[in-house]
Design a protein around this ligand. Structure first.
Ligand code: ISL
Ligand code: CA
Length: 542
């Protein structure tokens, strides 16, 4: 496998609006990020992926862009961004921009033109279908409620939107549109942006019925073209595609370096394992065995070609700890460490979502009216119309809402968790007095220092980066164990996913092993490792 400069790097995702507010208007901003760069440097991350920062009416918090060249005023100015890039460079951190290329805002000038005039240049920048007002074209449900087709009385046509009605999909069949996007990407490359996360990129090719065509070859043609006219012009960039519908076979193609499409993709099989935000949002049961087999499939599947992105959550999913760990005071830290060990021992690029490194948890609301995310708001309205009880709606939102991940970053015990001196756009989670950065940094046994150590380990140990993956204890109902091996060096990772002790079958002699990291006190390896305490995790080099 060809080595790349970014292989040892850990990325950190910043949801700017909720990260740090520098001027007291209640909204996180670039100067806020700059003020926390020393913190991120101490953690050891090599990249920050920042959520969309272009001008936007914010129906979907910036994922609806109305000007691809302007900076959202809430976040700052172009000068602030340039300063952010420079300050990051000083600390060996690259800035990754979130590019939303599947759709724009319905307030983007292209769309305003397109929706006015069937014969104008910009009409074809979007996707239209004939119909009558009471007879929409055949179409599936849109991601954030309703149908994918929306009526435009002015020109008596329907436009297509994968997500909300405020997010009309761009027509990738139009070459001028594509070239305009590539020019825009080059503009940001010149501003020093070194990485790009491509939002919903596998949605750009449609199947003609209001769905996405996951089979089409076209997507690869477009990605290669984009690479040729933008990313590929520089050899020090990092690209990651958000591909909600990708299979392993497709991910191999996307991330095959020889094909020059993307460096890696986010795949969502794990995110769908419990039914959160998929289908009708009903809970789906799964076993640890299912989870292990899924991870194994991707680890082994991308061993020769391609590259994995490793993540357990992001701004679209509930908090990692509340979802896969145990967020009660007794087990919060230890289970958070266990989950981090599990993911950082794997092959691929880890992404930490802001706040996960201090163990932030889901937010507990007692009224469904508290939710702000467009998806949650639309869900609530739709279910109210269907006659669901408040109690039932609330229970679904508590489990699925994206707002869980979007409460302000908890910096300290001051008002609003130190996120703002003003009125926050969204209240901090009430538990900020127990869970915050300041306390984490005072405590050598905190989750923060554990993450710091894991990030450092990946810089030191090639076996963690390039080693082959082998699942151990496959049938164990409670333990996830695996081995990484490279040129005679081995690392064994053992994680107890349960709240009760677990007994393993001693398949390997680890007594001479060196403990790389362990989430309980005591660093010696002996027979006792085969009896795991609740949520115990080991990473041992042999
Ligand atoms: O399809 C999914 C999983 O199979 C979803 O997670 C999907 O990838 C996701 O909803 C798309 O998300 C991205 O684009 C949206 C935006 O609201 C999200 O915040 C962003 O991450 C529309 O731009
Ligand atoms: Ca602000």
């Amino acid at each position: 496998m060809d080595k790349k400069w970014w292989h040892h790097l850990t990325a950190y995702q910043i949801y700017t609006r909720s990260f740090c507010d520098s001027n007291g208007d209640g909204i996180g901003d670039f100067q806020g990020i700059i003020s926390k760069l020393d913190y991120l440097q101490e953690l050891g991350v090599g990249a920050i992926w920042i959520s969309p920062f272009n001008d936007s009416p914010n129906y979907d918090n910036g994922y609806d862009i109305s000007d691809y060249y302007a900076i959202l005023k809430d976040f700052g100015t172009t000068e602030d961004l340039e300063e952010l890039v420079k300050e990051c460079e000083k600390r060996d951190i690259i800035v990754m921009m979130d590019l939303v290329l599947n759709h724009s805002s319905n307030e983007h000038p292209w769309f305003l033109e397109a929706a006015k005039d069937r014969d104008g240049k910009y009409h074809d920048y979007y996707i239209w279908e004939e119909g009558t007002e009471d007879q929409p074209p055949q179409g599936e449900g849109a991601f954030f409620g309703g149908n994918v087709w929306e009526w435009t009385p002015q020109i008596q046509e329907y436009y297509y939107h994968t997500f909300s009605i405020q997010q009309p999909d761009l027509n990738w069949k139009n070459e001028d549109m594509r070239k305009d996007l590539y020019a825009m990407i080059r503009y940001w490359m010149e501003k020093g942006i070194r990485g790009f996360r491509l939002d919903a990129i596998d949605n750009i090719v449609k199947n003609g019925h209001g769905g996405n065509d996951q089979q089409s070859e076209k997507i690869h043609t477009y990605l290669q073209e984009m690479n040729k006219y933008s990313f590929g012009l520089q050899d020090n960039l990092l690209t990651v595609g958000e591909t909600g519908g990708t299979t392993l076979e497709m991910a191999k193609v996307y991330s095959d370096p020889e094909r020059k499409e993307l460096d890696m993709v986010f795949q969502f099989e794990l995110m769908g394992i419990d039914g959160v935000r998929s289908g009708n949002w009903d809970p789906k049961s799964y076993t640890l065995h299912d989870l292990k087999k899924l991870m194994e499939k991707w680890q082994v599947g991308l061993e020769q070609k391609g590259w994995n992105s490793l993540f357990l959550g992001n701004h679209d999913y509930p908090r990692v700890l509340s979802r896969f760990g145990n967020d009660t005071p007794e087990y919060r830290i230890v289970s958070g460490k266990m989950l981090a060990t599990m993911i950082f021992g794997m092959k691929g690029t880890p992404y930490i979502y802001q706040g996960d490194e201090i163990g932030m948890t889901n937010v507990i609301y007692t009224e469904s009216s508290r939710y702000q995310d467009i998806e949650s708001v639309n869900f609530r309205k739709e279910k109210q119309e269907l006659g669901w009880s408040e109690e039932k709606i609330l229970s679904y939102l508590l489990r699925n809402s994206r707002d869980n991940a979007r409460t302000p970053m908890q910096w300290n015990t001051q008002a609003h968790a130190g996120f703002t001196t003003g009125t926050p756009w969204m209240e901090a989670n009430e538990n900020y007095k127990e869970i915050n950065v300041e306390d984490s940094r005072k405590d050598p046994a905190s989750l923060f220092y554990y993450y710091k150590k894991l990030i450092a380990l990946r810089k030191e140990h090639d076996v963690l980066i390039y080693g082959n993956f082998r699942l151990l204890e496959e049938e164990h109902p409670q333990v996830f164990a695996y081995e990484r091996s490279l040129d005679g060096r081995k690392v064994v990772v053992v994680c107890n996913f349960g709240e009760t002790p677990a007994q393993m079958n001693a398949t390997q002699d680890l007594t001479d092993g060196k403990v790389l990291i362990h989430n309980y006190e005591g660093e010696s390896v002996g027979k006792e490792i085969w009896t795991l305490k609740p949520y115990e995790a080991w990473m041992i080099e042999i």
